[in-house]
Design a protein around this ligand. Structure first.
Ligand code: SAJ
Length: 445
């Protein structure tokens, strides 16, 4: 039985682990296996990333270069762009991006490219696992036929499973080994072999009955977040309309020790997971005649937040007898969330674009982001980057409005409140004490 053959290789730690894609998911994973003395080969299409890793350099915040070097020193790990080495791998884990097309449909090109390489070098005796977040059915409808086209039969020649990545970059409390791992096989043997593999590096493996259950589990996790953030954003508008302090309400609700989980309003949702993952689920549901109203409503509310923020700014300027047109506006924090440098899908980009299309002059200060690029999805500035401005007294004093889009730590908010005339705080970065001592007028979501 191929399951027993693969499990024996894993037990003996002679199973060669191949991982396609050495990004924020693949690199931590392969280092975990290599540090546990498994022979491991990392597959990349990026020559520089490959060379850096083979030189003992990590480009991922959660993986130390020391650990990469330690794996290399063990002589059983290296990175390569030569996919022919897949033939030497007994396990192949796919950790490639799953973005959206402009039409908000799944972009499966990275998974298909990985599948083609696996098919090209497939041989008897391999366990293939997909970790990339995708719609239920991908593993058995897309990957299985590709490998079978190589003349291999599932359960006799190869095994196939899905296990969602749950990496939370920069989270000091949860790293690969202590984040429970959900695993589902296209067949029972596949799921058992994949679970046994992960049990070598993860404290808790949660076995489910199929790859589809595992695929759907991941999408439920992140759709849960998108919808609840959408509700927080809608509650902010309700509280605003009723003249109630949103943040005081959610803080009070969060005192309930059960049956409530706090989410907070903001200028919209960014990142490469939450804005995208729900669309994989709704796309697949639509193929089966079901239209998910919650997902589209959450998308509508969340993607409408930049516009709502700009209206708050416009109304606030109006009270000062100023227009957005011609106003000089400083954005504090442009990364998609606090204390990181990631700009992917950041709502600050939409806020800046909307303000500039209304004639405002926009500058930004973000200690994590040296420059901001706008692609052609935005009205203004495609190809014309904005550069980080130092937070000088003159800069703050020269602005008609400061907008806090991301509440990075270490920003001198008291100084901003003393020198600015108007501050729009979309993240509750300014506590009551700061607000009470402020010379600037403060407007909040
Ligand atoms: N956001 C809000 N209000 C909230 C929470 C988040 O506006 O109450 C915004 C954030 O500012 C950000 C976006 O939503 O722009 C996404 O934030 P996130 O906290 O969900 O962070 P991500 O995108 O890094 O999500 C990842 C996900 N991890 C994986 O998919 C493995 C998510 O499942 C995690 O729960 C999340 O990290 C986390 O908790 O850090």
């Amino acid at each position: 039985m191929i399951k027993d053959e693969i499990k024996k290789l894993i037990t003996d730690k002679t199973a060669c682990i191949g991982i396609i894609g050495l990004g924020y998911v693949g690199l931590p994973l392969i280092v975990e296996f290599a540090l546990k003395d498994f022979p491991a080969v990392g597959f990349e299409v990026d020559e520089k990333k490959t060379a850096d890793i083979n030189a003992g350099k990590s480009h991922i915040v959660d993986v130390s270069s020391e650990n990469v070097q330690k794996c290399l020193d063990g002589g059983r790990f290296h990175a390569t762009t030569d996919f022919a080495e897949l033939e030497n791998c007994d396990v192949v884990v796919i950790c490639v991006p799953t973005p959206l097309r402009k039409t908000k449909d799944p972009d499966m090109s990275y998974i298909l490219a990985a599948g083609e390489q696996i098919k090209k070098y497939a041989r008897r005796g391999q366990l293939v696992i997909l970790e990339s977040t995708t719609y239920p059915g991908t593993t058995d409808e897309v990957l299985q036929p590709m490998i079978e086209e190589a003349g291999l039969k599932l359960d006799e020649d190869f095994l196939l499973a899905f296990s969602p990545e749950r990496v939370d970059p920069g989270n000091p409390q949860f790293q690969t080994h202590n984040i429970p791992k959900v695993v589902g096989g296209v067949t029972k043997d596949s799921g058992e072999a994949a679970s046994f593999l992960y049990s070598q590096i993860v404290d808790q493996v949660h076995f489910v009955s199929s790859a589809r259950v595992a695929e759907a589990c991941k999408l439920w996790e992140n759709t849960f977040r998108a919808i609840n953030i959408g509700m927080a954003n809608e509650m902010a508008k309700v509280c605003n309309a009723l003249g109630i302090d949103t943040w005081e309400v959610v803080r009070a609700a969060a005192t309930k020790p059960f049956g409530f989980m706090a989410f907070y309003p903001g200028p919209g949702i960014g990142g490469h997971c939450i804005p995208l993952d729900p669309h994989y689920l709704s796309w697949k549901a639509r193929q089966h005649g079901f239209d998910s109203q919650f997902i589209s409503l959450a998308e509508q509310v969340n993607s409408g937040m930049p516009k709502y923020v700009v209206k708050l700014v416009s109304d606030a300027l109006n009270t000062e007898k100023k227009a957005v047109n011609g106003a000089r506006i400083l954005i504090l924090g442009v990364a998609y969330k606090k204390d990181i440098d990631d700009m992917r899908e950041s709502p600050a980009l939409s806020v800046i674009d909307l303000l500039r299309s209304k004639g405002a002059e926009v500058v930004y200060h973000d200690p994590f982001v040296p420059e901001v690029h706008f692609d052609h999805a935005y009205t203004i500035g495609a190809g014309d980057p904005l550069f980080n401005s130092n937070l000088t007294d003159d800069l703050i004093k020269s602005t008609d409005c400061v907008i806090i889009c991301t509440e990075h730590s270490g920003v001198d908010y008291p100084r901003v409140l003393q020198l600015a005339s108007l501050v729009v705080d979309t993240r509750n970065a300014l506590n009551e004490e700061l607000r009470d001592g402020s010379k600037a007028k403060v407007v909040r979501l």
